[in-house]
Every structure is written in structure tokens, then in C-alpha cells.
Design a protein around this ligand. Structure first.
Ligand SMILES: [Ca+2]
Length: 325
């Protein structure tokens, strides 16, 4: 009933104002290297806030990480936000490590269902299952880590979920790839070069649809997760706990949250888009924007003062929502 009232409220607002969400939620697959930095946790918290207000449907989460606790940490956050059934996929078949500042603790301190990394679904199979079950041109993929799993999707073959190749499945089902990666107009950024630069080259060069890059320089100026978050969230929140463990609320850059905000918000107030050109990725994962004709790629250009964007992101990370986002 609450959900219906919210929907009616949003629909009522939508007739009176111009900046509103589409009435149906954005269908999101979130591909994250949740382990090394804490902005992945902030980005996931934002998605749950959007989902609470029918602006997002989280179809699934792809964990692109070598951290043995990353899938359980993700599951714990989903449980906290009341979405314990979100499917989680992970890359399989390589040695795992344990050096995150927060994933082990979150998976030990907060309830979740997954009991091990291996229990997570195979990332490529999950990508294919999720995409094949959705309406055409309806899915937004947000990547905020390296691109190994996206490359595997692109190169995937027909399977029990779909007769289409990975590339054809993307062409049919995905309407936008929002990618936190690279530096614009040029530079070298971790999601692109570490640990799998070849996957960046493949993903960027073969991606058949629209992609918008949120470069390092965008999130780098947006500091969130400081005192405001510390005071706004209960200590029982895994988001609060992750930021405490990461740097005790000193504040942190918001690379990943920028990519989420761009993908979900209908507002043009935050950033401009540079659509004039395309990105070239070198073998070492460094990148350069080349002027020229390309109607599929764009990158975010600063528009609103980053301190103001930070307030918006901090609010969304702590569960506050208004239709103006
Ligand atoms: Ca990340």
C-alpha cells in the first residue's frame, strides 16, 4: 500500500513539475569492484534509496572483484535495505584475497544469505539471464570497477538463457552503459588499467550502444561520506560501518556515485556532456579522447559546483529523496 501511495504521489507531482523521473523505474545492473574503495558502498546505497522511491529496479549486482568477502558484503547491504533477493554474480576461477578495509567486517557483522564467494552465481551467466528476461532497450548497466565481467558478457556465446551472442544481447536489451572509468580528455585511471586493461580495450572498442563515461576528474572533486553521513545514519547501518572502517568519516571522493547519479537522474543540472569524439584506450589502460564523429560515446563535464553535487549525493546515500533529484 505504501508503495502504491508513493507511486501515486510521484505521478501527482509529475503532472505539476517538469523535472521528474519516468513513472516506471530504471532497470539497473550494477557492476562493482566493492572492496578496495568505499565509494562502491555509497553508490549501492544510492541505488537502494532510488529503489525505495520507485525510481530504480535493481535487477542484479555483478561483483567484479578478487576479494573473497565482496559478494557477501554486497548481500549484507542488500539485506539491510530489504532486498535480500537481488541476485549476485561473481567472476570465478582465480585466487581470492582478503585485504579490504570493510568487506570482511560487513559480511561478519550484518545478516546475509550467501555463505561463500563460490555460492554467488557465475557473473556472465547472470548478466545473460538478467538481460534476456527484460524488455528491449530497457536496461542500464552501471560499471564502477574494472571491466573483466563486461568483457566476458560481450564475448559470451548463446546459452540456455538466450540464443543471442553477448554483443547481440546488449544491442537488443541495453539502453545505456554508464561507466566510471578513464580520465578526460586523457590520463590513466585504475578501473581502466588495473588489473585487466585488455578488458577495457575490448569493452570500449566493441560496445555497440550508448556509453557515458564519468571520468576520474569528476568524482575526484565530490567529497562525501564525512560528518554528514556519520550523523545522518544509524550505527546499525552497513553504510555507516563501511565509511567508519574505511577512513572514520574523513570524507571520500565520489567517483562511483557520480556514475549512478548521472545514470538515474533526469536532471541536466549536474553535468554537461562532451559528445564530440570518442575514447581510445592504449594497451596499458591509459586513455585519450579523440575529437571526431561518434554518436555513441560521451563523457561528463563539470557544470554544477562539486560541493553542491556532494550534498545531493550525501543526501541520497543517507536515504533522503525528493523528486528534484
Ligand atoms: Ca569502484
Amino acid at each position: 500500500m505504501k508503495k502504491i501511495l508513493r507511486l501515486l504521489f510521484i505521478m501527482t507531482i509529475s503532472t505539476a513539475t517538469t523535472v521528474v523521473y519516468a513513472q516506471s523505474p530504471v532497470k539497473v545492473i550494477f557492476d562493482t569492484d566493492i572492496d578496495s574503495d568505499v565509494d562502491d558502498v555509497g553508490a549501492l546505497a544510492m541505488l537502494h534509496t532510488f529503489a525505495d522511491h520507485n525510481a530504480v529496479e535493481i535487477l542484479g549486482i555483478i561483483v567484479t572483484s578478487e576479494d573473497k568477502y565482496a559478494p557477501m558484503c554486497t548481500d549484507a547491504i542488500n539485506h539491510y535495505f530489504g532486498r535480500p533477493d537481488i541476485p549476485i554474480g561473481a567472476l570465478k576461477g582465480f585466487p581470492l584475497r582478503d585485504n579490504s578495509k570493510y568487506t570482511r567486517q560487513l559480511s561478519q557483522e550484518f545478516p546475509h544469505s550467501l555463505t561463500s564467494y563460490d555460492e554467488a552465481e557465475d557473473a556472465t551467466a547472470l548478466y545473460r539471464k538478467l538481460l534476456s528476461s527484460q524488455p528491449d532497450s530497457s536496461v542500464v548497466i552501471i560499471t564502477v570497477g574494472h571491466l573483466t565481467n563486461l568483457q566476458n558478457l560481450i564475448e559470451s556465446k548463446p546459452d540456455q538463457h538466450s540464443k543471442l551472442s553477448g554483443l547481440d544481447l546488449i544491442k537488443k536489451k541495453v539502453k545505456l552503459w554508464s561507466c566510471m572509468g578513464g580520465v578526460y580528455p586523457e590520463g590513466k585511471e585504475a578501473n581502466f588499467y588495473r588489473p585487466d586493461p585488455a578488458s577495457t580495450k575490448t569493452s570500449v572498442e566493441k560496445w555497440p550502444g550508448q556509453v557515458v563515461f564519468a571520468g576520474w576528474e569528476i568524482g575526484d572533486k565530490i567529497i562525501t561520506g564525512g560528518e554528514y553521513l556519520q550523523k545522518s545514519l544509524p550505527k546499525e547501518s552497513p553504510v555507516w560501518r563501511a565509511y567508519q572502517l574505511y577512513n572514520n568519516f574523513e570524507g571520500r571522493q565520489s567517483w562511483d556515485q557520480a556514475s549512478v547519479l548521472y545514470a538515474i537522474s533526469n536532471s541536466n543540472d549536474y553535468w554537461d556532456l562532451n559528445k564530440d569524439g570518442y575514447v581510445v584506450v592504449a594497451a596499458d589502460g591509459s586513455n585519450k579522447w579523440m575529437p571526431g564523429k561518434n554518436d555513441k560515446q560521451a563523457y561528463l563535464v563539470e557544470k554544477m559546483n562539486p560541493a553542491e553535487v556532494a550534498k545531493v549525493i550525501d543526501a541520497l546515500m543517507t536515504g533522503k529523496y525528493s523528486s528534484k533529484f
